[in-house]
Design a protein around this ligand. Structure first.
Ligand SMILES: Cc1cc2nc3c(=O)[nH]c(=O)nc-3n(C[C@H](O)[C@H](O)[C@H](O)COP(=O)(O)O)c2cc1C
Length: 543
């Protein structure tokens, strides 16, 4: 990792895109693409088309038009923030396996931003009648429809919604969706559940004061700033300072023009305005990351007072909806290390070796897997289970502990572990009183928590696959013959799990040398009349 005084991360989106392109992680699409029907579905194939994670790219669309035939000069980039952990790591300016440490450092050592004048994000200003004229204001940007066939409008998805606590003045920046309603009006959705959106807490305070809430929706800030949006930081922790900590340098802010807020100075586009605290407006339907379409509900109506942007701006959009998606990658790479640090450092859980949040379809938060070393005490496994289920109200509805020979990225392996390593009556606990989390609205009944200890409770016989050296040798032959390329799936070779004996090791070695008849001679000598079939040998013999 680079030292903490030198910025290692790109400090604006353009530098980030340049770095992505240099590494072959950005694909330019110059073919005309319809932002209302084609753009998001095209990027979606990356997540649904059977490609490995490493093949995902940021897509820069340079020739965008709308269903009404309108052509846009502004390019749209999707996948540039977090189509894959590798792309995210470019945004952080570190290696993938350093992301967790950088997050811990950013939170522990924030660097406050510096305020600048004449910022790039205000090179062009759209105000007054220009916001309201047909095709003007928000309609002049190529904002895509995310889930054509279901969504009700184009939406900003890669947002940083900046608001300020009217009492303390502390800023919050959250990633919340914002759907277009008119050239100068948006509807913003901030989660109202307990530990939902920080911006909602501010909205309640402005409502109490009888004032509209000032807001700035920032699009296309430096990735380190954007990455703080989906992160669940304490509400009084300034995301701009944490982003500085992530970047290793103070970031630049400026004053917004029509609202009393400070915003990232180098962002591509900023939409300023006020959110009504008296009237709420129907918003949606919109495809959500929990995997269902969020149906129409009343949300926050925002009147736009100005749109400012850099010259030749680039519009960033996130592909969300069913996971895996950019929305889950952006959370996964940051949440997992935070959980591991919490359980290991704060709770000092012994024997914990890994935390994996389940990504496909379920979107990380509801299901968490914990990996433990083979001899971890049962009491520590249970402390880990309880710690993971309680750190955040919205995460860990189901927590499953496995021994670390099991790879939780393979859900089949987890089921296998549950099938043979847990006894439901002893190893499962259902805990009442969990608050409602992200998901399709239910009847409001209180939720609960399921904890499962599927670790190996005692030594087990080896995993029944050829030993690693034989599998590797066979792979060399496979490749020499030119058979189709292999993508090894865990588990792909046998390993010892604690229960084995010297004699069996000798038998296996002899069999591999072709000397199985010697094994037969040995067993012939050990025949006996006093036991029934299926009697384990070691019950009656010494090894
Ligand atoms: C692509 C994306 C879209 C999101 N949309 C919303 C949203 O519309 N409303 C919301 O409350 N949270 C949304 N979230 C989750 C929040 O960003 C997340 O809970 C974050 O912690 C909020 O920040 P806050 O704690 O400062 O409010 C979204 C996250 C991502 C990655």
């Amino acid at each position: 990792m680079t030292d903490s005084q030198t910025p290692h991360a790109p400090l604006d989106l353009r530098e980030h895109l340049r770095r992505l392109e240099e590494r072959g992680l950005l694909t330019r699409i110059d073919t005309p693409v319809n932002k209302d029907t084609q753009l998001h579905p095209l990027v979606r194939w990356q997540f649904t088309g059977g490609l490995p994670e490493s093949a995902r790219r940021a897509f820069l669309f340079t020739n965008v038009f709308g269903s009404d035939g309108r052509k846009f000069d502004t390019p749209v980039v999707v996948g540039a923030l977090a189509a894959s952990p590798e792309i995210y790591s470019v945004g952080m300016g570190v290696k993938v396996d350093e992301i967790g440490d950088v997050w811990n450092r950013g939170i522990d050592h924030p660097i406050p931003p510096v305020l600048v004048e004449n910022p790039p994000c205000q090179e062009v200003i759209i105000k007054g009648e220009d916001l309201r004229k047909p095709g003007g204001g928000l309609a002049s940007f190529p904002i895509p429809v995310s889930t054509p066939g279901f969504d009700s409008a184009p939406y900003f998805t890669a947002t940083l919604c900046v608001t300020k606590d009217p009492e303390t003045g502390v800023r919050n920046m959250g990633t919340y969706r914002a759907g277009l309603k008119a050239t100068d009006r948006l509807c913003v959705r901030m989660a109202t559940r307990l530990t939902g959106a920080g911006g909602y807490v501010h909205w309640l305070k402005y409502k109490e004061l009888g004032q509209p809430m000032p807001i700035a929706i920032v699009v296309g800030a430096a990735p380190v700033i954007q990455y703080t949006g989906p992160q669940k930081l304490a509400i009084d922790q300034d995301e701009m300072a944490v982003a500085g900590g992530l970047a290793g340098a103070a970031l630049r802010t400026c004053r917004a023009l029509t609202v009393d807020l400070e915003i990232p100075a180098d962002a591509e586009i900023v939409v300023e305005g006020f959110i009504d605290t008296e009237l709420v407006e129907p918003e949606g339907p919109f495809g959500e990351s929990h995997g269902y379409i969020a149906l129409e509900e009343f949300n926050m109506s925002m009147r736009v007072t100005a749109i400012t942007h850099r010259r030749d701006p680039i519009l960033v959009s996130i592909v969300s909806q069913v996971t895996p998606s950019e929305s889950s990658v952006i959370k996964k790479v940051a949440y997992e290390p935070l959980y591991l640090t919490h359980l290991r450092k704060n709770l000092n859980v012994k024997g914990l070796t890994g935390v994996v949040m389940h990504e496909p379809l379920s979107n990380l938060r509801p299901i968490i897997f914990l990996q433990f070393s083979r001899n971890a005490p049962k009491t520590e496994v249970w402390r880990g289970l309880q710690g993971a289920s309680t750190l955040q109200a919205q995460c860990g509805k189901i927590v499953i502990a496995v021994t670390d020979d099991v790879d939780p990225h393979n859900a089949d392996a987890v089921f296998w572990s549950m099938a043979y390593r847990s006894n439901p009556i002893e190893d499962i606990l259902i805990v009442p009183y969990r608050s409602r989390s992200h998901g399709p609205k239910s009847d409001g009944a209180a939720n609960s928590t399921l904890l499962i200890d599927a670790t190996a409770k005692s030594p087990m016989p080896p995993l029944a696959l050829p030993a690693r050296k034989y599998m590797e040798e066979a792979r060399e032959i496979w490749e020499k013959i030119g058979l189709p390329p292999l993508v090894p799936q865990s588990p792909w070779h046998g390993i010892h799990l604690g229960d084995w004996g010297d004699r069996w090791e000798r038998f296996a070695e002899a069999a591999a040398r072709g000397e199985w008849e010697r094994n037969g001679e040995n067993s012939f000598q050990r025949r006996r009349p006093d036991v029934m079939p299926e009697t384990p040998v070691r019950r009656v013999e010494k090894d």
